[in-house]
Write a protein that binds this ligand. Structure first.
Ligand SMILES: *[C@@H]1O[C@H](CO)[C@@H](O)[C@H](O)[C@H]1NC(C)=O
Ligand SMILES: *[C@@H]1O[C@H](CO)[C@@H](O)[C@H](O)[C@H]1NC(C)=O
Length: 414
């Protein structure tokens, strides 16, 4: 009950109707169909609303002890498809695992549904891949006198269809489980349906991150933008630069994400059809980075003397770029997604302005006093590094707004 309650709360908190379309698209066979979804959704409706839905008043009873989710005939996916095997177990549990009703079989002996057959049709079903920007998440679900069949081109659509099926199953006042005759065809309106979580300002325990991934799956969200580090703390435990989290995390043992934690998050997300796009924001938002990496941040000056405080990444030192090269090489290997988020927002120029060596560098480069040019210089070098590791990148909007010089590079790189 608690789990179901939590599940519906999370569903309410997240997402709008960004998976299905709010429009009802009629199909020919309307014989047995009395209720169609259009306009306001009644309580207990599908969420998000699929592209086309037809639900009839004819019902099938599901005896949980005899019911199973199986690979249907002709499916290119089988028991070796771990993503689906996991999902079959998980969705069985969501549907029947939280019931408080007696466990004995109380459903009538006729009109029973004993199987949901899942048929993945594409040879290239992507069972062993990570979800990506072009993942096919479309599916068709049919529940009628011939049984229940969920058909999808790839595993990603099968995952979304299992979520829909689980939302269709309900329990009546006697504790019997039912599902109505239904016909659904669905596909997302948007390829990128994301949630950003910030684990730097507040450290989020691993459990909380996994719970959020569950909530995202219930809402058919598919991108977890992991804002993993920032000024306040550096919880990402780097293998090559362990001092970053040893000195930059709120606490070096309890408030970090170890390589195993990160791996777990990536796999947990994969099995729910969710991409992980990590954000390592530079050159601003990097105070915590400086604790564990000397000479990375710019020393700020006042009246010709260092103040002891630090500003953004120091863009004029070669050591900065060799560090970035090594760190982003690690990051590009740890995170399988095609895209990394490189931040680039809210760079405060006052510290750069105060530093005599940076002033000298600006003059040498012919940047005048336009510190945006210095920022572009840094960002371009970082993009070149990331491109070398065959990653695409995402940045905050202001990078586009403020830096004409690097825009063409974005176009080529993405
Ligand atoms: C499912 O069938 C029941 C029983 O006929 C009916 O009362 C209910 O309205 C149907 N649900 C939907 C969403 O059409
Ligand atoms: C400027 O560069 C010199 C030589 O590399 C170094 O000794 C000095 O600390 C630097 N000063 C600042 C303000 O970074």
């Amino acid at each position: 009950m608690m789990a179901l309650f939590l599940r519906s709360i999370l569903c309410l908190l997240l997402s709008a109707r960004c998976f299905g379309s709010p429009f009802f698209v009629p199909v020919e066979d309307k014989e047995a169909l009395v209720q169609e979804t259009e306009g306001e959704s009644p309580y207990g409706s599908l969420w998000p609303l699929p592209q086309t839905v037809q639900i009839s008043t004819q019902v099938l009873y599901i005896p949980p002890a005899q019911f199973s989710i199986v690979h249907g005939a002709g499916s290119t996916a089988g028991p070796r498809c771990v993503v689906l095997q996991d999902a079959f177990r998980r969705y069985y549990e969501y549907m029947f695992g939280y019931s408080t009703s007696p466990k004995n079989d109380i459903s009538p002996s006729s009109d029973r549904l004993l199987q949901l057959q899942v048929v993945v049709t594409s040879e290239d079903n992507e069972c062993s891949m990570y979800p990506h920007i072009r993942s096919d998440e479309s599916y068709k679900l049919t529940i009628d006198e011939n049984g229940a069949v969920l058909q999808a081109s790839q595993v990603w659509g099968a995952l979304r269809g299992l979520e829909t099926f689980s939302q269709l199953v309900y329990e009546d006042s006697t504790g019997a489980f039912l599902v109505n005759f239904t016909r659904i065809a669905d596909a997302p309106r948007f390829a990128h349906r994301g949630v950003l979580l910030d684990s730097s300002r507040h450290y989020l325990p691993l459990k909380t991150i996994l719970l959020n991934l569950d909530a995202m799956a219930f809402n058919k969200m598919n991108v977890f933008h992991w804002h993993i580090v920032d000024d306040q703390s550096f919880p990402y435990q780097s293998v090559l630069f362990p001092e970053l989290s040893n000195k930059g995390a709120y606490q070096p043992f309890t408030h970090v994400y170890t390589p195993i934690d990160v791996r777990l998050v990536i796999e947990y997300a994969r099995s729910r059809g969710i991409r992980i796009v990590p954000e390592f924001d530079t050159p601003g938002h990097t105070t915590s980075w400086g604790n564990g990496q000397v000479d990375l941040l710019t020393p700020c000056y006042q009246s010709g003397k260092p103040t002891g405080s630090f500003g953004p990444i120091n863009p004029i030192l070669d050591t900065t770029y060799s560090f970035m090269q090594t760190l982003f090489h690690e990051i590009s290997l740890v995170f399988p997604d095609q895209y990394l988020h490189l931040g680039g927002d809210e760079v405060d120029f006052s510290c750069w302005r105060s530093n005599p060596n940076i002033t000298k560098f600006m003059a040498e480069q012919g940047f005048g006093t336009d510190y945006r040019k210095l920022e572009s210089y840094y960002i371009q070098k970082l993009l070149d590094i990331v491109t070398k590791y065959h990653k695409g990148y995402v940045v905050w909007q202001e990078v586009f707004d403020n830096h004409d010089q690097v825009c063409s590079a974005y176009k080529n790189g993405s």
